[in-house]
Design a protein around this ligand. Sequence first.
Ligand code: PLP
Length: 423
Amino acid sequence: MRFSSFADRYRQNTGTVQLMEDLGKATTAEGPICQLGGGNPAHIPEVETLLREAVADLTQDSIAFGRMIGEYDAPGGNLAFREALADMLRATYGWSVSADNIAITNGSQSSFGLLFNSFSGTFSDGHHKQVLLPLTPEYVGYFDVGLAEQPIFEGRRPEIDLLPRRQFKYRVDFDGLDLGDRYGAVCVSRPTNPTGNVITDAEMAQLRSACRSAGIPLIVDGAYGLPFPGMIFTEATPFWDDNTILLLSLSKLGLPGIRTGIVVAAPEVIELIRNSNAINSLAPSRFGPSLLTPLVQQDQLQSICDNVVRPFYIRKRDHALQVIEHAMADLPVRVHKPEGALFLWLWFEGLPITTTELYQELMASGVFVLPSRPFYPQGFDDWQHRDECIRVNYAGSESEVTEGLGKIADALRNGYSAGSGAR
Ligand SMILES: Cc1ncc(COP(=O)(O)O)c(C=O)c1O
């Protein structure tokens, strides 16, 4: 079969493909597996009970059910859901939004290609622009979507603050940061996948004002953030204005299987999403919106995030930290301050093997994690730190997390003792 050059980008095993493939392998592998890789959220019993009841209500309402399965939705997404969300965002945060500021997609991931390519690549004046990731490492799922021949992302190396209790925190390096006309947008995930960092309000304010002055949008990926699922364990204020493109998702709430993403943005951006939905899939799925609309209208969504989801992940995080303290007490490990999402980002300074090699070794022993390298765009070749970290998803059961971290500690002991200065 002969494919066009267009097909080349779908014929490679990119970081995102590898990640999702490994996730699939782990679910079908024989023998004991510790799944600390991938981005699956936990199965939280209280959340699943609430959702099961919402599904039952929906199936009993023959008109609503018939519409949900039997009719295409509007290309911008379900109007009742968008209105309910806009009411909630106005009432909770005072944001000046209506349904015209909201579009629904089949998962956040499905809007990245459109958004990043719309703000990067070649512009009508002939300039090539990029999307700046001011705090790299960043979410691997961004990197494969570029359609331009030149790379569309530029990552910025963070400052590293060393903290007590063997923790550290990345900070945006604003020194000499000039958005000039090289960039078409700035993007951050908040909380950050892979690090669990929450970019501070002060950093966000500075990015926000720099973007506004440069006349480019600030894309904030809130897949783990506020208002839902609310997996933020530190002080952080959500914001939105007409220069912000806020990406939300139902996935980390416990619904990755039903693929619902939400874009909150100026109407001109919402129109792009609406048209892309129509062109590429006619309409987004109706399932997520139909299920969640009553929960948003009755304020149940907020309360489940505040009272169930956040405390659940704080317990999970604290358990994983305790295990690390115990199992890795003799190892030179540092943990990124875990302020949100469902990951620990572990830094093994001076490890003689790369964490890509460590990852392969771990996978052979049934432990799935992610190495740090895929979380960097091009341009970090001279930074050893790029190969010294792993991401651990702590959403699984306590026994799985304990066993997995124990095996990681064993592999590290071998790694540190096997070679000194091997890299
Ligand atoms: C930071 C971040 N953004 C976006 C997504 C995509 O989420 P979805 O397409 O399930 O809405 C993920 C998934 O893991 C993520 O980690």
